[in-house]
Design a protein around this ligand. Sequence first.
Ligand code: FES
Ligand code: FES
Length: 177
Amino acid sequence: MATELTLSVNGAKQTVTVDPDTPLLFVLRNELKLTGPKMGCGMAQCGACAVLLDGKEIRTCITPVSGVAGKQITTIEGLPALWAQEKSLSAAESETTLHPVQQAWIDEQVPQCGYCQSGMMITAVQLLSKNPNPSVDQIKDAFTNTPPSPHLCRCGTYAAIIDAVQRAAQAMRGEAR
Ligand code: FES
Ligand code: FES
């Protein structure tokens, strides 16, 4: 039965009326029009649908919306605001500043078809929040072994992702490239 739920998404309160068992992915995409997270496998095995929940990656294709009420949901659309908050950027700066992970993805020209990349960037943000200077092995591990990984890319962008994570890490540490 449809129920009214209040969600906190990208820093804003959102009220939706949905079946509590509805996967969060459908609510984000269909109710809130946040189309960054994608439906890939629908079985928690590819990572295309990833978002941050209180700063930790989750797979929204298998997460019932009732389980996330009261928690902070961050989609790729919310990454610039997350960075602006972390760095206390002015309103004007925050409107024109991407999260360093997003900027690194552009600078390294990571995406091919792009379908998996929202989830890839979510994992990168989580990794760099815990480890500001990851080694190549640690980056590979974050995208393959560390739950809820793996993240799959049918276009094979894995090498470019490693470069982009290293570039973003450098930028977030405030080091010139
Ligand atoms: S669509 Fe959710 S992990 Fe693949
Ligand atoms: S860029 Fe196409 S699936 Fe990853």
